[in-house]
Write a protein that binds this ligand. Structure first.
Ligand code: SF4
Length: 198
């Protein structure tokens, strides 16, 4: 793909005071606006809220963005939210990148405003660079059968096979030895009941 024509939008989230209380979000946004291929950079109070998402969608359409960077919290929390958001604006969901300036920056550096701001700027710069390398992805859908293969007929394998069978799966249990039981089968008695192990 020809990288000419990259148009990156950066959205810096304040998360109320969660981020804005520990670093200068406007300075981070202003810095992001100076990075190559960044065509817009804005600050939102709560980017995951409806107004924040509408702001992203509006900029995608008005600025013809083809990459989006959301500088906010961990992707574990809102990556699906923002992928869905950019997708609704017509952008492939895998052309969105997140910069974690909350858990990795504001929460980790509560009392060092200047250093936290600098680290947030670095984090956003890295995410913008990564976003420019993103390529559209299509999610493949593959039909699956409700059948499983369990390898090893020790205690763990037997129990897994039983649990999966109870859950409605057809189970194929494979054991390399002549009988199942594994190490347990070699024990005479087991603590604390001293029962036979099999
Ligand atoms: S996107 Fe994340 S950082 Fe921003 S308001 Fe929502 S939870 Fe807070």
């Amino acid at each position: 793909m020809n990288d000419d024509g990259l148009r990156v939008g950066v959205f810096v989230c304040e998360c109320g005071k969660n981020i804005a209380g520990s670093l200068d979000c406007q300075k981070v946004s202003d810095y992001a606006a100076t990075l190559p291929d960044v065509v817009c950079s804005v600050v939102n109070k709560y980017t995951c809220a409806e107004p924040g998402q509408q702001e992203i969608k509006r900029h995608i359409k008005e600025q013809n963005l083809n990459r989006v960077v959301v500088a906010s919290c961990t992707p574990r929390m809102h990556e699906p939210t923002f992928r869905n958001c950019v997708s609704e604006a017509g952008l492939n969901p895998y052309l969105m990148e997140m910069a974690n300036i909350r858990e990795h920056v504001s929460w980790a550096h509560l009392n060092d405003w200047d250093a936290a701001t600098q680290k947030a700027m670095d984090t956003v710069r890295i995410s913008v660079a990564r976003a420019k390398l993103l390529r559209p992805q299509e999610e493949a859908r593959i039909p699956v059968m409700r059948e499983v293969l369990v390898i090893g007929g020790g205690v763990a394998g037997i129990q897994s096979a039983l649990d999966l069978a109870d859950a409605g799966y057809q189970v194929h249990l494979v054991e390399k030895e002549a009988s199942v039981g594994g190490i347990m089968a070699a024990l005479d008695k087991t603590y604390p009941t001293m029962d036979c192990s099999i």
